[in-house]
Each structure stands twice: as C-alpha cells, then as structure tokens.
Ligand binder design. Sequence first.
Ligand code: B12
Ligand code: SF4
Ligand code: SF4
Length: 301
Amino acid sequence: MTPIKIKENLLTYAQKNLHIPAIGIASWPLPNDAIQHITSSEGCPFTPGTLAERLQGGTQLTNPQTAIVCLFPYYLPEPQETQPNLARYAWTKDYHLVVPHYLDRLGQHLQKFTPCHYEIHCDTSPLTDRYIAYLAGLGFFGKNHSLIHPTWGSYTNIGTLLVTTKLPADKPLDLSCGNCQSCIKACPGQALCNPELNYAHCKSYITQKKGVLADDEIAILRKTPLIWGCDVCQEICPYNKHVPTTPIPEFQDSLSQLTTNDLEGLTNRTFKEKYADRAFTWRGKSVLLRNLDIINKKVQM
Ligand code: B12
Ligand code: SF4
Ligand code: SF4
C-alpha cells in the first residue's frame, strides 16, 4: 500500500473505530526553528524533560520518521444539578489511561500495512504536545496558550504516535486569534499579560502545587470555585462556544464535583483506590483538601 493510502486508511479507522475525530501528520524530527516556538514560554516544575529532551521528543525509537497526532475532545455540557468544582478535563476518566489505549490500537492497525515500530506520547513525555499538534495541522496557538481546533476548540487532549514509517505530512493551519483579548482580561491570576504564560500565577498550577500556599496564591485560588485546575481562559474563548459533546465513550463518564465529605476519612491508599481512574488523584488527597478549605474560607489569610 502507498504511504498516501496508508494515511487515508488510518484516518478512516481512527474516526470510525476509535472515536478520534481529528488526526494529523507531522514529519519527524522537528523543524529547525522548533527551538523558537518551544522556548516562546518558560517551562514549569511540571514540564517533563530538559529543553534538549523536548526538542528530541524524549523518544527511544531508532530513526522515527513521522508523528501521528490525535485530538481527544473532552467537552461535556455542565450538569444541571451540580456546581462543578473540577476542571473539565478532570471530569472524565483519566486521559492518561484512555488516550494510550486508543493510540496503541491505532499503532497495531498501522502495523498491519507496514512493518514499523511505534511509541506512545501523551502529556508525561518531553514531547511538546501542543507544538506537534500545531505542526500536524490540528489547530492554532491561542493567546491562552492552548491549541485551538476550529471545531473542537481547546477542550481536547493531545496524544501522539511516533512511528518509524514515513507518511505524507499535513501543514499547520493559517489561523489565529485575531484581536480578541478576552482570555487575557479574564484570567484570575493575570498570568497571560505577557505573551509568556506566568505559570506561578496560573490558578491551574497553584491548585496542583503541594505545600502551604502564600497569601497571593490563596487570593488567586478564591477568585473562582474550582479546586482542581482552571478553565477561565478556555470558557471565555469564542472558539469554545459551540463545541460538540465528546464522541469518546470513556470521556462521557462524568464526575465534576468533589466535596470535603467525599475525601475526609479516606487514607491515601483508599483515596487512590476510590478514584483510581481520575486525573485529579495525581498530587494526592491533601492538595485537594487544602484547596477545598481555601475555597470554603476555612483558611485565614
Ligand atoms: C506543564 C504543563 C502545564 C503547566 C503549564 C506550564 C507552562 N509553562 O506552559 C500547568 C500546570 C500550568 C498547565 C495547565 C494547563 N494544562 Co497543561 N500541560 C503541561 C505539560 C505537561 C507540559 C507543557 C509545558 O510546560 N511545555 C513547555 C511549554 C513552554 O511549552 P508548551 O506549553 O508545551 O507549548 C508552547 C510552545 O510549543 C509554543 N507553541 C506551540 N505551538 C506554537 C505555534 C506558534 C506559531 C508559536 C508562536 C508558538 C507555539 O507555545 C506553547 C505555549 O507557550 C503539557 C503536556 C506536554 N508534554 O506537552 C500539558 C498540556 C499542555 N496541558 C494541557 C491542559 C489541558 C492544561 C489545562 C487546560 C488544564 C486545566 N484545565 O487546568 C491548563 C491550561 C493552562 C494554560 N493556559 O495553558 C493540555 C493542552 C491541550 C490543548 N488543547 O492545548 C496538554 C497538551 C496535555 C495533553 N496532552 O492534553 N499545564
Ligand atoms: S488556566 Fe486560569 S489562571 Fe491559568 S492562564 Fe488560564 S485563566 Fe489564567
Ligand atoms: S479568548 Fe480570544 S485571545 Fe484568548 S485564545 Fe480565545 S480567541 Fe484567542
């Protein structure tokens, strides 16, 4: 089968069998000017790998040729009876479990047509997910720093298969935010005022940080009800106004709110067991209880 036919087959298989509505191809290695884009914002303590590792994608493959990049939309409408206090991406089954499962099936499907090796990347590897998705034509870079797809907005998780087969690459989209500044104005931490994301003032970062928070961090946390993550710069974005509900079944299983009652009385082990398939367990129970206490005004400034 020709590389063009393999690509067409992969796209059809991903859409029909794997519920993946947006898939694009970027050639590998990254282009020569990648360093300018990757360093256009500073990393944070959660950024995986060194700059050299991010440029190299953290790959263990010998001679990877292509990045097959997939978007996994996670948008669900707000529940009617509950006031969500978790960021939208965390309402669903943990994407770190769901995305690799689908990418593995895609890799196995590719191997039916061409002998190749593949490697799965999603969030935890030094590969810069947003940049590779941009290169694969899956969206443009928003002033809120998200990768925005014309249909699925920014409510998407990004997953990549690096493969040793050469496939025809897509081109980046020629789209941008225009003059809109809504996310910059609405950000509770004013973290978007420079073109760089000031992660130390980003509520999403603060909710995930361990330890005792400083007064200015507490003040940022209290600006909105979320105890995990932050969606303000996405909710305000016009590109997220008419986003369809996620087609991925695992992302339709929603838990959007956690209360102190849900957590108190759990040991760390029983907490991890109870919420084993949820992304908000990443930093442990104490961080969530601390954030609940702050938002419920049990902590004095
Ligand atoms: C660490 C991290 C964070 C840190 C941010 C650190 C930082 N300085 O950006 C914190 C904890 C704050 C965070 C928050 C969130 N994150 Co986060 N995060 C990551 C992680 C693990 C690494 C990102 C990173 O630090 N890279 C280094 C920085 C400097 O680069 P970058 O952001 O990846 O990409 C930059 C460049 O590549 C460049 N760029 C890319 N393309 C282009 C194109 C052009 C033309 C230009 C000029 C520049 C450019 O601009 C980007 C932003 O500065 C990635 C997964 C991954 N491995 O990539 C997820 C990831 C970026 N996060 C994700 C999500 C969903 C979120 C939240 C929405 C979660 C939430 N609801 O709370 C928020 C959004 C905050 C925001 N406004 O960006 C998704 C984004 C999906 C999407 N559609 O954009 C990712 C890709 C995880 C995934 N696989 O789904 N995150
Ligand atoms: S996630 Fe929240 S705090 Fe962080 S940049 Fe966006 S609006 Fe600002
Ligand atoms: S709110 Fe406006 S400026 Fe911000 S990312 Fe969306 S379109 Fe761009």
